[in-house]
Design a protein around this ligand. Structure first.
Ligand code: ADP
Ligand code: FBP
Ligand code: MG
Length: 568
């Protein structure tokens, strides 16, 4: 398989704001003191002063494109100092300034993912004595490593769960960037002020991710790390002060559920948040939250770009509902499924021990029934699983209640698992929303309980109905081992460095690499895709909630396990 094939659907591929090892656009050969000169260049570039446009070679080029090389060579006396980016460049400008030559390019601007970037990487021949390549260590991710987004080639649209773009189910390769440590870093760690914020509802594992981000940042050498209290609200509420974070502070926080920093819904506008970040001097923001939080994170990233701020905004998807697109799962989901087993088991014991007992368990899942489906499958004790994606009737010959009667007659007891977002069409609409604008759902579990009691009373067929709502108990717990690992890896990848701490330290003081990982990316989020860790551009994962496909094998497996009919 061709690993580096260009994506057919380019919007699905992350574009770094700057690039690193393969982009060499400045010869530092003539610099006596590269560090101070670089600082000066940066300052001047930012001020846009004295920049004389020297060459403008507009071309869309690929690595090794001879045309690009040729035009660059013609226009630059020091063309040999340049290597060509393997990425497509939208525009290429070469400037001369104060006798030094450096380059600016704006690429992928049309996708909104990048901005003008100053790329300064010493060429290896110039640093033959100490170029930071550790031949013995192959722990860096090559910037062009990709992971396949979809791995099944469906041969017919009728295959279970098929997602085809045309009747022939043409194979479309879609690639996403592999997450992990890059050889060169973008920020000088001592100039970083990193902030972490947790938004939305609670989710097992939040503390694990906070902890790992802090630890990884410290490994980089970052000294200023703060937590923003109570979600985005912490940026605007003057009574809330930021919390200094260090390894000592976070060492054991993963042993508790919840969030060390607190969470909230609603809060300030994006403008207010970015104003506050500027005031506080934050140049790296780690945002832990679900689809709403990520919409906010992307808006913050866009606002930073608009203001030309060198601020990296990196998301870590948090939702026990597991409703974020393209990811195998989000952290907290496994724990939720596992914790749900206890509630289902209790419901089963209650129902099974009662004369004509019915146990009803409500689980979380605003728009997606993943927790209910997986928990039902895992338990093997569920007779009826109801999810938002599959409509059902309660009443009538095909309805849930008739099936419950049948189950009591044949088995003597029954257990129902219902996702909170299921059957909302059966409830009275209020149009009420929470502070974030999410619709407040009716309690479908309580509704089914009442209707079941009424139904059996009216039919003169007594039934003992017990309703269990463990939702907040599940959400407030600490992460299980599997989620603990996921959180740790996501936290490391969000910080864009992992493993091998000595390496960063050995690179940084000697070479002060300015770009690359360590927030060369912004407006991204990290996730697990086909068992590999990857970076996604935020907009790609929040266009809609991920939902259970009623044609998928997993839902069919669930139906096989419960033995339930259609309720329509
Ligand atoms: N479209 C949006 N743009 C900007 N901020 C948003 C948007 N949607 C939600 N937010 C903010 O994100 C935070 C969390 O959103 P919420 O929907 O409550 O949780 P979650 O991120 O878990 O979905 C809230 O502070 C909310 O104000
Ligand atoms: O009571 P709250 O805080 O509004 O939380 C309820 C919601 O939290 C969730 O568990 C997760 O939602 P978020 O991902 O938006 O935080 C939903 O399933 C549920 O509807
Ligand atoms: Mg949400």
């Amino acid at each position: 398989m061709e690993v580096l094939s260009p994506p057919i659907k380019p919007t699905l591929v992350l574009r770094p704001r700057t690039s690193h090892s393969d982009h060499t656009l400045l010869s530092l050969r003539s610099l006596k003191n590269p560090k101070s000169n670089l600082t000066r260049i940066l300052r001047n570039v930012e001020a846009k002063a004295h920049i004389e446009k020297h060459v403008s070679t507009a071309a869309t080029v690929d690595y090794g494109d001879p045309g690009w090389k040729e035009s660059t060579r013609r226009s630059s006396r020091r063309a040999s100092a340049f290597r060509i980016s393997p990425m497509r460049l939208e525009n290429y400008f070469c400037y001369s300034f104060s006798g030094l030559r450096f380059s600016l390019y704006s690429f992928y601007a049309k996708y909104g993912a990048c901005e003008l970037a100053l790329l300064l990487t010493p060429l290896s021949p110039d640093f033959a004595d100490g170029y930071p390549t550790d031949e013995e260590w192959h722990g860096y991710i090559n910037n062009n490593d990709r992971v396949l987004l979809k791995v099944i080639h469906y041969s017919s649209p009728k295959s279970a769960g098929a997602q085809c773009i045309d009747p022939a189910c043409t194979w479309v390769e879609q690639w996403v960037h592999r997450a992990g440590p890059r050889e060169k870093i973008y920020f000088k760690p001592e100039e970083v002020k990193a902030a972490i914020v947790t938004c939305g509802g609670l989710c097992p594992g939040l503390n694990d991710v906070i902890r790992q981000i802090v630890i990884t940042l410290e490994i980089y050498g970052v000294k200023q790390i703060v937590g923003i209290p109570f979600g985005y609200r912490g940026f605007s509420d003057s009574s809330l002060t930021e919390m200094p974070l260090s390894r000592t502070v976070v060492q054991n926080i993963h042993l508790s559920g919840g969030s060390l920093l607190g969470v909230s819904r609603g809060g300030p506008t994006v403008t207010e948040i970015v104003d506050s970040m500027e005031e506080r001097g934050i140049n790296m923001l780690f945002v832990l939250g679900g689809n709403g939080t990520h919409a906010g994170a992307n808006a913050i990233h866009e606002e930073c770009r608009k203001r030309r701020l060198r601020i990296a905004v990196v998301g870590v998807p948090k939702t026990i509902d597991n409703d974020i697109l393209h990811m195998d799962k989000t952290f907290g989901f496994d724990t939720a499924v596992e914790e749900a087993q206890r509630a289902i088991y209790s419901a089963y014991i209650e129902a099974h021990s009662a004369y004509r007992g019915i146990g009803i368990v409500k689980l979380m899942g605003r728009s997606s029934g993943f927790i209910a489906m997986q928990a039902s499958l895992a338990s093997g004790q569920i007779d009826i699983c109801l999810i938002p994606e599959v409509p059902f009737n309660l009443h009538g010959p095909q309805g849930v209640l008739s099936h419950l009667k049948y189950l009591l007659e044949t088995k003597g007891s029954a257990v129902v698992c219902v996702a909170e977002g299921a059957g909302q069409d059966l409830l009275q609409k209020t149009n009420a929303t929470d502070a974030s604008g999410n619709i407040i759902l009716g309690d479908i579990g309580a509704h089914i309980q009442q209707e079941t009691k009424k139904f059996f009373k009216e039919t003169g067929f007594p039934a003992d109905v017990k309703y269990i709502d463990p939702t907040y108990m599940i959400r407030a717990g600490r992460a299980n081992a599997s989620d603990g690992i996921l959180c740790t890896v996501l936290g490391q990848n969000a910080s864009l460095q992992q493993g091998y701490p000595g390496n960063v330290h050995s690179i940084y003081p000697m070479f002060w690499q300015v770009h690359g990982a360590f927030a060369g990316y912004s407006g991204i989020t990290v996730g697990i895709c086909n068992t590999h860790y990857v970076y996604f551009p935020i907009p790609e994962v929040i266009t809609e909630p991920k939902v259970v496909d009623p044609n998928s094998r997993m839902w069919h497996r669930c139906l096989t396990s419960t033995g339930q009919p259609d309720f329509i």
